[in-house]
Design a protein around this ligand. Structure first.
Ligand code: ZN
Length: 64
């Protein structure tokens, strides 16, 4: 197992609009730090958004 790094640091996340259920939810950065991965909180549709260096994490994403 890898050593947990900076456990007190909140994981980066983005707000995503899930078109499938017309709701907004947070999607957190994955363990590799190369993509935001999550599921629709209502229907559990899988969502993966590749992280872009220098991208704006505050913007809203649309998916579904
Ligand atoms: Zn959904």
């Amino acid at each position: 197992m890898s050593v947990p790094k900076e456990p007190n640091q909140p994981k980066p996340f983005i707000n995503v609009h899930f078109r499938c259920c017309n709701i907004y939810a947070r999607v957190h950065l994955n363990a590799q730090g190369n993509a935001f991965a999550g599921n629709c909180p209502r229907c559990c549709a899988r969502l993966i958004i590749e992280a872009v260096e220098g991208g704006d994490p505050a913007k809203f994403w649309s998916a579904g």
